[in-house]
Design a protein around this ligand. Sequence first.
Ligand SMILES: *Cc1c(COP(=O)(O)O)cnc(C)c1O
Length: 377
Amino acid sequence: MKKKTMMIHGGISRDEHTGAVSVPIHHASTFKQNGVGNFVYEYARTGNPTRHALEQLIKDLEGGAAGFAFASGMAAITTVMNLFSAGDHIILTDDVYGGTFRLMTKVLNKHKIEVDFVDTSSTEEIIKNIKSNTKAIYVETPTNPLLKITNISEVSKIAKDNGLLLIVDNTFSTPYWQNPILHGANIVLHSATKYLGGHSDVVAGLVVVDSEQLATELHFYQNSIGAVLGPQDSWLLIRGIKTLAIRMEEIESNTKKIVEFLKNHKLVSKIYYPGLSEHKGHDVHLSQASGFGGMVSFDVGSAEKAEQILKDVHYFTLAESLGAVESLISLPAKMTHASIPAERRAELGITDGLVRISVGLEDVDDLIEDLEQAFNK
Ligand SMILES: *Cc1c(COP(=O)(O)O)cnc(C)c1O
C-alpha cells in the first residue's frame, strides 16, 4: 500500500459492525467481560477501540511493530523516558525542542537521568559523548528552529555498535516524508499536535516502536503512567491524518515559493530550510526523507525588527506551535525556546532576530504579499 492510500485505509479505518466508513468514537471507560478475564477491551486507560484504531494507523505509517497514543507530545516523551532508570545517560540533539530540554533538565534530572546535549549532525560528537552508562541517543531531524539534519542510519549504526536505543522525534517531517524506523531507529515520537492533527484543534502525542519487546514495555508504561489520549481526540487525529499527504504536498509547494521570496529580500541575512541545496545537511536529509516540509527560519537582524514583523503580518498568526492549516509565525528566542538559557541560545545560533514560520495552506501569493508589506514597514 502506498503512503497516500495508507493515510486513508491504514490501521483500522472503518467499523466492522455497522460498515461506517469512519471509526466510531467510543466514549466508554470500561467494557463488559464475557466471563472473568474474557474480553477484547478491559478498561480504557489500558485500551480503547478509537485510540487503538489510531495506534494501528500510526504503526502502519511508520512501519513499526506497535503504536501508542498519548495526551500530548510531552506525555509521549515522558512515557518513553520511563524506559530508563536512575544513573542512565542519554545523548540528545543540542537544539532539541524547548519542552524536551526542560523535561530533561528540570524534571528527569530529579530522577537522576543524566543527559548531554550534543550536535548529533556530527557522528564524532556523538561517539565522543558515549559513556559506560549511556543507554540511548535521542535525535530530532530536522531540528527546531535551525533545521539541523542528523543522519539517522549513521547514528543507528553507532547505537547498535554500543547497545543503545535510537529515539527519533519525527514531528517536523511526519511519517509522510520520513520513516526513521526504516533507517534503523528503535522508537519514533511525534507531537501529533502539529502536522498530524494539522488543524490546531487537538493536543496529542504518538509513539511507534520497532520491536515486540519494546511494544510490551511501552504498553506497560503507557498503562502505568496513564497519560493516554482520549477517544474524541483520537478520532480527530485519525481525521487529520486522512489529509496529511495532500496537506504536506501543498504546504511544501507554498514553502518553496516563500523561500524564493526570502532569498531575494535584502532584509533577510540568513535562511534555514533543508530544501536549499546550500543548507548544511541537505544531501543527508534527501537520503532519508522525501520532502522538506513547511518550516523555515530566517534572520532579520534584530529583535526589534523581528517583533515589528510579527506584529504587522495579517495572515501569519503570531502563535506557538506549527504544522497547521493556518500559517504561524514566532520568535523562537522569546517564545518556543525561551526556556533555554540566553547564553545557550547564543551558542546554538538562535539569535534574537531569528523568525520562524510554519507555512500553511493559504494562497501563497497572499502569504508573500503579507511578509513583504511587514518587511518593508
Ligand atoms: C511541540 C513539540 C513537542 C511537544 O509536543 P506537545 O504536543 O506540545 O506536548 C515535541 N517535539 C517537537 C519537535 C515539537 O514541535
